[in-house]
Write a protein that binds this ligand. Sequence first.
Ligand SMILES: *[C@@H]1O[C@H](CO)[C@@H](O)[C@H](O)[C@H]1NC(C)=O
Length: 341
Amino acid sequence: MKLPVIVCAVLVNTVHGECQWWWCEGSEDPALLGSYQADSNEVSVSGVSSGGYMAIQMHVAYSASIMGSGILAAGPYHCAQGSVLTGLDACMSNPEEIVLQDLIDFTDTSATKEDIDATTNFASGKTWLFSGLLDTAVHRGVVVALEDYCKHYMPLANVMTEYGIPAGHAMITEHYGSVCSTEQPPYINDCDYPSPYVLMNHIYEGTLSKPASYGGAMPGDMTTFNQTELVPEFVGSTSLDSVGYIYVPTGCVSTPGCKLHIVFHGCLQGRNVLGEEYALNTGYNEVGEENDIIIVYPQVTSSLGNPMGCWDWWGYTDSNYDLKSGVQLEFIKNIIDRVTS
Ligand SMILES: *[C@@H]1O[C@H](CO)[C@@H](O)[C@H](O)[C@H]1NC(C)=O
């Protein structure tokens, strides 16, 4: 449900200039992210491409807070090792250059130093990995390296893969976007394959119900939220947008204990490029509505070091980018803490 901006303007006066109401969507002043008392033991993440790298960074670094991740077209944790050139080369095109042992050593050392959570948490987590047969942007071997990385820590059954869909480099949906084989804006492809359902059902141990359909009007609350207040102090550009999106299913608006899933868009898919297209049409909200999972879509925008608006998986923010102290990871942890409080 959306009310016109004018209604929001009336409410602003009644709450001393602070427009904190969910129905203020579309106004200049996005609401503060709500506290929904979501279940802190049922938090998961997913993403495509740079968002996939962000998802595995978040899962590994904050493994005590995250039970699982879904990753499309991305590679292992710390793959770029702080270098954009390594990122572009080994971690997209030439996976034979990935030295997995170095990434595992970095992970273990970082955990020992408590720069990331203990790897025993990650070892009991779940991951779901996707590589399209026609993906020319991120080589199959890069995703296989991530599979090997996950299997180094997790029982084999916790790692599920889908490598058989004739898809280009894109977010993969049941019902929306470009022809499955293509690689073109908005990089959302209609493959008759509901990757949000499949990945979340794996993470939540096969307990989810399938949505009856995709693409209709949604009964829950799709709104914007103020990202800025959740960004840790940082010198320099974080590339984080001022506004993010959240879908709150009808079963979670005033009922505690819902699950939480955080979605990372890929490069050129943020609000500055696509508006709310990604958050509305990728098929996550339908799964959330059916299964009482709050879906949050944090947004990055373009900046000097990041012209395509990608999540930071090579160190354009700073050298801590994939540790708990990385500004984007800490920001996501702040989202988790708010929604679960
Ligand atoms: C977000 O919240 C911060 C701090 O509460 C405030 O200063 C800022 O103006 C808000 N941003 C937007 C875009 O409303």
